[in-house]
Design a protein around this ligand. Structure first.
Ligand SMILES: O=P(O)(O)OC[C@H]1O[C@H](OP(=O)(O)OP(=O)(O)O)[C@H](O)[C@@H]1O
Ligand code: HPA
Ligand SMILES: [Mg+2]
Length: 183
């Protein structure tokens, strides 16, 4: 076995590559249907959502525009600080737009709750949320999420965009970390 294989750091797989891709395709089919005839603007939240948005937008059949926002609330740890910082703002004016925020995960919900309020203050026509993963038992705030790929247990997960100390984002599946990685 290659000593550098990141897969050795994982305890178990929560979503296989195949399950991730099937989930993304079914989310894309729903979004295509719901936004028929509309001028959809997808806002991806960097860095975590990069894999989701790349696969989701390619699975969509409709025209979409894509913009990016970078916010950070976790730093290098495994707990949200609750303080959300805009690292990069949108280039697009949201006035009258139908906006779909795309995320990798809703954990405490603090990031998205803050972000949704922030984008709604820019006078869009609508703001909805699409997330690959959600941890219902970890949520500290109520948020209305229209598209959820999968509800998962309250464990720290990595892969498919999700990091631990900036690593593991490049995995094509989602898993939990082995304890030896933390110590
Ligand atoms: O529901 P919450 O508890 O707020 O957590 C979810 C957010 O935390 C992670 O981002 P992070 O701030 O770590 O930045 P990153 O996307 O660059 O990894 C994740 O990508 C979500 O954006
Ligand atoms: O479980 C998680 N893993 C990685 N990043 C995260 N950001 C919020 N929750 C998580
Ligand atoms: Mg993020």
């Amino acid at each position: 076995m290659d000593a550098n294989d990141v897969r050795d750091d994982l305890l178990h797989v929560l979503m296989t590559k195949e399950e991730v891709q099937e989930t993304i395709e079914s989310l894309a089919a729903r979004i295509d249907e719901d936004y028929k005839g509309k001028d959809l603007l997808i806002v991806a939240v960097l860095k975590g959502a990069v894999m989701v948005v790349a696969d989701l937008t390619r699975a969509l059949k409709s025209h979409v525009e894509l913009d990016f926002m970078a916010v950070s609330s976790y730093g290098s740890g495994t707990k949200s600080s609750g303080v959300v910082r805009i690292v990069k703002d949108l280039d697009t004016d949201l006035m009258g737009r139908d906006v779909l925020i795309v995320e990798d995960i809703i954990d405490s919900g603090l990031t998205l709750s803050w972000l949704k309020t922030n984008l709604e203050s820019r006078n869009p026509n609508s703001v909805e949320i699409c997330t690959l993963l959600r941890k219902p038992d970890a949520m500290k705030v109520e948020i209305d999420v229209k598209y959820v790929g999968k509800d998962i247990p309250n464990e720290f997960v990595v892969g498919y965009g999700l990091d631990y100390a900036e690593k593991y984002r490049n995995l094509d599946f989602v898993g939990t970390l082995a304890p030896h990685v933390y110590s």
